[in-house]
Design a protein around this ligand. Structure first.
Ligand SMILES: Cc1ncc(COP(=O)(O)O)c(C=O)c1O
Length: 401
């Protein structure tokens, strides 16, 4: 006799902590755009937060060689010594830091590294200062850890730039952590080296932690690139989180890292040892090639992003009603579309992004996911031709509202 398994009819009970967070807004757009594409619709994709470039050949070759050499076993949880040395070396050469092997851990992408560090540092009731607009995942990672985000409102008329004074105003006895992300996703704002130094100095003085998310640190279009990692005298109070995703066009490979005090790195590795274990062995070999190999590819991509940025900002600004600050880094424009609220029943950025996708098939990400209601994020990591196609569709769409 076969057993009949009846379908589950009772509501599924999930933990309180998983109910505290929301799915990533950017991932939701990618999924919706994909659905349209599967129906054969020609979507112009300004939604995805990833380079349109292919991974450079020498990096791919290193991965293929690693497969051929059977480099396919577990490695130490935080990455091989070879990889750790490559991370430390690259950062020292580019940013004048002086980390040791014990002060770094590799993770499965920068997102994973950030999740680990926030889990290790933030406890229930801790306050975490987070500049707005923020990258979508910071808020949810803090909430998942039980912390409370204290939002720092930046000024659009100042290009969303965050200053040390703004941060200082929000510090309370409960402040545990300050999160900096320069250049910023989504605004492209770059903090000055002076302001970053001042924040780290303040944190050091007050016993607060700083995480500097350097995901876009090589995509800085205005100033000399800067890392808090060079501020050696304050090093016991900050963590640098880096990623190979954008720097070397390696988003799908999943390789990020943390640099910071050894006790925090040990705790990060402990957490990682009970979840993912090591990042993929083959990817670690590719990462060594990326970090130690020729760096011209990074400079070439940066030069191309500057051209794309100038083109998209000019195009967006030429649409009547759309206002757009000049992003100083990363590869996103963050236009203000609030002039269209109240027209055709539209009252929010999500409604605009929804209509843009459904009516003219242009994928963007609504600002609500980044903590602002008046903007949409336009990723310009695409070809000039795609930018033109999308801008034309956007011009028609906004012109018809
Ligand atoms: C600001 C910021 N930090 C971190 C990440 C994580 O990147 P990854 O996990 O691909 O290394 C991203 C990705 O979009 C990002 O925009």
């Amino acid at each position: 006799m076969s057993t009949v398994v009846s379908p589950v009819t009772h509501p599924v009970r999930l933990t309180e902590r998983i109910n505290r967070i929301e799915p990533s807004a950017t991932m939701a757009v990618v999924a919706e755009a994909d659905k349209l594409r599967q129906q054969g619709i020609d979507v112009v994709d300004f939604g995805a937060g990833e380079p349109h470039f292919s991974t450079p050949q020498h990096i791919k070759d290193a991965a293929i060689a690693a497969i051929q050499a059977n480099f396919s076993k577990y490695t130490p949880v935080g990455g091989t010594a070879e990889l750790k040395d490559a991370i430390v070396h690259r950062h020292a050469v580019d940013f004048d830091s002086d980390y040791r092997r014990e002060e770094t851990a590799a993770s499965v992408g920068g997102k994973h590294a950030l999740f680990n560090v926030i889990s290790v540092l933030v406890d229930h009731g801790d306050e975490v200062i987070l500049p707005v607009p923020y990258w979508v995942s910071f808020k949810d990672m803090v909430r998942y850890a039980g912390g409370n985000c204290v939002l720092l409102q930046s000024d659009e008329s100042q290009g969303f730039r965050v200053t040390a004074d703004m941060v200082a105003h929000l510090v309370t006895p409960k402040t545990r952590l300050i999160i900096l992300n320069s250049p910023s996703n989504p605004s492209g704002a770059v903090m000055s080296a002076e302001d970053m130094t001042e924040v780290v100095r303040l944190a050091h003085q007050r016993g607060i932690w700083v995480i500097s998310d350097e995901c876009y640190v090589y995509l800085n279009y205005t100033s000399k690139r800067f890392s808090v990692g060079s501020l050696r005298e304050y090093r016991d109070r900050f963590l640098v989180v880096g990623s190979l995703s954008k720097t070397y066009a390696m988003t799908g490979w999943r390789l990020g890292f943390t640099l910071g005090p050894a006790p925090i790195i040990t705790a990060v590795q402990k957490l990682q040892s009970q979840s993912t274990s090591n990042p993929t062995s083959i990817v670690q070999k590719a990462a060594v090639a990326a970090l130690k190999g020729p760096q011209q590819c990074v400079e070439d991509m940066r030069a191309e992003y500057i051209k794309l940025r100038d083109h998209v900002v000019k195009g967006l600004r030429s649409i009547p009603g759309v206002k757009c600050t000049l992003p100083e880094g990363a590869f996103y424009a963050y236009p203000n579309v609030s002039a269209f609220f109240g027209r055709s029943g539209i009252n929010s950025a999500s409604e605009i992004a929804g209509k843009l996708l459904r009516e003219v098939h242009v994928a963007t990400v609504p600002g609500e996911g980044f903590g602002t209601k008046e903007h949409i994020r336009v990723s310009y990591a695409t070809s000039m031709a795609e930018l033109d196609r999308g801008l034309e569709r956007m011009g028609k769409f906004f012109g018809g509202l």
